[in-house]
Design a protein. Sequence first.
Length: 434
Amino acid sequence: MASSFATQDSSHLADCPTQPTKRRIVRERGQREVFCGLTGIVWLHRKIQDAFFLVVGSRTCAHLLQSAAGVMIFAEPRFGTAILEERDLAGMADAHEELDREVERLLARRPDIKLLFLVGSCPSEVIKLDLGRAAERLSAKYLPKTRVLNYSGSGIETTFTQGEDACLASMVPTLPATDPAAPANLLVVGALPDIVEGQFKRIFDELGIGPVAFLPPSRSDELPPVGANTHFLLAQPFLGDTARVLESRGAKHVSASFPFGAEGTTAWLQAAASLWNVDPMLFRKVIAPSRERAKRSLAPYRQQLEEKTVFFFPDSQLEIPLARFLSQELGMIPLEVGTPYLHRQHMEADLEHLPLNAQLSEGQNVDKQLDRCLAAKPDLTVCGLGLANPLEAQGLRTKWSIELVFSPVHGFEQAGDLAELFARPLNRQERLAV
Ligand code: SF4
């Protein structure tokens, strides 16, 4: 089934409102309630073990990072903030000179840093500090010991998962080239917890798919090669820029549903298996035990969540694949699925399994969307932290969308945990009602 779209301006719902033939999309521009791209550092600094993220920003940026990722889990921090003072912002000091000094101090004290990201922020963008030029200059100085890259985590017109997209996109030009005579290789793109990466690796091995590499890698000296014989599977739905630069290096995108739940994970693996001409019998045999476990883990949640309505505010860009999971695998009814940006090609496979009467909205006008949500009275609302308390106060049950990015939710073994994240707010409501 091909996806069919109609925008709010030009569209109609079909004559029979229960059986629309076109998907309704509302596009909005207005005030938004989202975190900025610096948030991605919270999970990226745990993933790339010899990297350091140096935010070039304000005290606000430092506070955001400290409160979001302030729990020290490593002996030495893997992120920090070079704070732009008033003199820098007023153009009275040479910010480049000061940045060079900070980087020199940092690398002298931390010889373990092999990859340094200069992360731009709203203030560095406002004063037009050219971090690309700074990264080139500093790379020339510190290579081969330390490579310096840059990307923007600014909150101006972005949403929080774009930080990871920008970070991975900045790495792509540094990936080595594949040997054109080598057989096809698979690249899985998107930061996954190590445990999930290990599970996928095992399945690909058993299916005979490979060589397989992951972006981002755990260490900067394990950069995966890329070229015309690379096929890449997105593990996260918010990597539009990374996909674009991979394609510019000749790699080919493998279209698939995202690996959430039993069906999403099966479809995602199947897409790679088809390319590698894996025997369908072998495919079924390899995935059957994990798929069955996933389905069993979902069954009790299906009983609880079936027929419950859900409303997504645009936040993490995971909204469409998660709405597909809730609808297809748990029987929930998505009323509105908001997404900051709609990448039709990357979302195509998930949209095919999303009911046509689930309204899509792209962008945000938060006041209008709040009105729609309150009128719809969904059983569950998935939204950013800033909206959760006001909606709870209005009697709605909410799930913080950021939690879905921080938790291991991909793959067969995590399917039950993913469903549980959506069931928990409703369980809490029941417990409070007793
Ligand atoms: S990058 Fe912008 S939005 Fe993010 S913390 Fe800094 S000032 Fe705030």
